[in-house]
Ligand binder design. Structure first.
Ligand code: PBG
Length: 333
């Protein structure tokens, strides 16, 4: 054949492929999500093999391991005792609550590790919703935002570096920015869950925290989060959310879930100059673990491919439960 272009020329050897490779993965791309509980020992999570509900001291050790593997940011999620849950989730702003204590402890032992937090009421709400539910079953926006601002300030006071509102209430990024600034935390950043979809991929996470929406007392409780999280059918709406978050002062935008939403990541990349994060969520992790346990897929190869594809699609950062494994695999080359 007389071909002018033979794209295979640049695929011929590992050296040539490395030379023209467009994207690379590195441990510093990862944010490692960790669950913490009040217990004295670590507890495995059924649907997330390898993940644990860490005790405070278990958490300290795991963060040390992550640091040694090159990871520079973790995000913390609390498994709150039932007795501390309430309709308004007020435990979320307790300065001596689980998360503020965990942050303070981590900053004592690993002061250079960046700590991100999650801002939402679901782990603290007896209804399992990210916001306050009124007697008609409506998730209240503005009342919830006031509580989230107090939660964010408590986290910043404990030493958090990045505040991550995951609740999808309207106007919360701007309100949290203002609340942080008023308290003198103008250098604490906001990584906003900008395009967070009402997704079935969060199932294992809700098991880990025992935080799924559930009926409590006499009032009607919505069984899903569709009145605040986005409809998986919608793409353009993600751009509206991104532009609002940017105007309101977000420092980093996030797309969640990751894998089925790579088009959203790609679209946001062309709409903003801010860093973008992808959340490789619990259901995505559980699917890989389940298939790997059966020997149906190669966990290492599939995980590194998936994480790299997030970067190709436009992510600068990736939240992944595979962070330590991936960092280790990258090291082995
Ligand atoms: C809480 C929150 C959720 C996740 C992160 N923060 C669950 C939800 O919105 O129901 C999901 C993370 C995952 O599935 O890995 N607002």
């Amino acid at each position: 054949m007389e071909l002018t272009y033979r794209p295979r020329r640049l695929r011929a050897t590992p050296a040539l492929r490395a030379l023209v490779r467009e994207h690379q993965l590195s441990a510093t791309d990862f944010i490692y999500p960790l669950f913490v509980h009040e217990g004295a020992s670590n507890e495995p999570i059924g649907a997330m093999p390898g993940a644990q509900r860490w005790s405070l001291e278990g958490l300290v050790d795991e963060v040390g391991r992550a640091w040694d593997l090159g990871i520079r940011c973790v995000v913390l999620f609390p498994k709150v005792a039932d007795g501390l849950k309430s309709e308004d989730g007020a435990e979320c702003c307790n300065d001596h609550g689980l998360i503020p204590r965990a942050i303070r402890r981590l900053k004592q032992v690993h002061p250079a590790m960046a700590i991100m937090t999650d801002v939402a009421l679901d782990p603290y709400s007896c209804d399992g919703h990210d916001g306050i539910v009124d007697e008609h079953g409506v998730v209240l926006n503005d009342e919830t935002v006031a509580m989230l601002c107090r939660q964010a300030v408590a986290q910043a006071r404990a030493g958090a570096d990045l505040i991550g509102p995951s609740d999808m209430m309207d106007g919360r990024v701007g309100a949290i920015r203002e609340a942080l600034d008023e308290e003198g935390f103008e250098n604490v950043g906001i990584i906003s869950y900008t395009a967070k979809y009402a997704s079935a991929y969060y199932g294992p996470f809700r098991e880990a925290l025992d935080s799924a929406p559930r009926p409590a007392g006499g009032k009607p409780i919505p069984k899903d989060k569709a009145t605040y999280q986005m409809d998986p059918a919608n793409g353009r709406e993600a751009i509206t959310e991104a532009l609002l978050d940017e105007q309101e002062g977000a420092d980093i935008l996030m797309v969640k879930p990751g894998l089925a939403y790579l088009d959203i990541l790609h679209r946001l990349r062309s709409e903003t100059e801010l860093p973008i994060a992808a959340y490789n969520v619990s259901g995505e992790y559980a699917m890989v673990k389940a298939a790997a346990e059966r020997g149906w897929i190669d966990e290492r190869a599939i995980t590194l491919e998936t994480l790299l594809c997030f970067k190709r699609a436009g992510a600068d950062l990736i939240l992944t439960y595979h962070a330590c494994d991936a960092a280790q695999w990258l090291r082995q080359g």
